[in-house]
Design a protein around this ligand. Structure first.
Ligand code: ZN
Length: 260
């Protein structure tokens, strides 16, 4: 049963044994990964990764390019022009990882909104979906998307918001990335939300190398943990594992259309 990791940073230095990892992923029935960039200085690294990791198989790595709010201090306004040019040149499948992280210092929020909004406008220009990182800003982010009349959908990665917020995103054409956070017993609110989601609502992800699931706590997270995350979702939703794989893959392919 094939599956996709809809969010992993496999270009990071933690994954230096790339050809070994690719073989392991194939052996574990992985059918693709989405690798988003986080800052301009690594655009080239992500592009390179996407061209070489899957050894000539062009539909395995889905690349996204964008400026992540976590690295705000690294961004400069001309990075937006650079991003525009790189999108034209390399045809990523999405703009990301972009978003709003209001857990970060309040002084950064205005600049975060600026970069997010500018990148949503680039996505509209290039007709691309978004890979979104959002913490403590779901309502602001959803209303921004609505104000900009954004209609290309995408993925709200690492989603742990409420069911009401989930439905707002679904109405906007987004799906929700479910990952390691839900494997923790203490994540009761999340368990409830995962149980109640429609089957068209979610995709699987790890956010590797970060966000290690409970069963791999303290380890470098890897897409190889997706099957165990899917097991948790199957148990929560009381559905066969095969359904979780099939729905999450369908949902991914509905919002992320392969390029190139
Ligand atoms: Zn990420």
């Amino acid at each position: 049963m094939a599956w996709i990791d809809s969010h992993c940073h496999l270009d990071f230095s933690e994954f230096s044994e790339q050809s070994e990892l690719y073989e392991h992923l194939l052996a574990a029935d992985c059918d693709g990964v989405l690798v988003p960039a986080t800052q301009a200085q690594y655009f080239e690294r992500v592009v390179n990764f996407s061209q070489h990791f899957a050894k000539g198989r062009s539909d395995f790595v889905h690349m996204a390019l964008g400026l992540h709010p976590y690295f705000l201090s690294q961004h400069q306004s001309h990075d937006l022009q650079l991003l525009d040019g790189q999108i034209t040149r390399h045809q990523p499948c999405a703009v990301g990882e972009i978003g709003l992280d209001f857990m970060l210092d309040i002084d950064s929020h205005e600049a975060q909104v600026f970069y997010f909004e500018q990148q949503v406008l680039l996505a509209i220009k290039h007709k691309l979906p978004l890979i979104v990182h959002c913490r403590k800003a779901h309502d602001q982010l959803a209303s921004l998307l609505r104000r900009l009349k954004f209609s290309f959908g995408g993925i709200i990665h690492g989603f742990s918001g409420s069911l009401v917020q989930a439905h707002k995103y679904l109405e906007l054409g987004f799906v929700l990335g479910l990952g390691g956070a839900l494997t923790y017993d203490r994540a009761q609110a999340m368990h409830k939300m995962v149980k109640a989601l429609p089957h068209t609502a979610y995709v699987l992800e790890t956010d590797s190398p970060d966000m290690a699931p409970a069963f791999a706590h303290g380890e470098v997270n890897s897409p190889l943990n997706v099957p165990q995350i899917a097991h948790h979702i199957a148990r929560l939703r009381q559905e066969p594992l095969a359904h979780i794989y099939a729905h999450s893959t369908d949902n991914f392919r509905r919002v992320i259309i392969p390029k190139g």
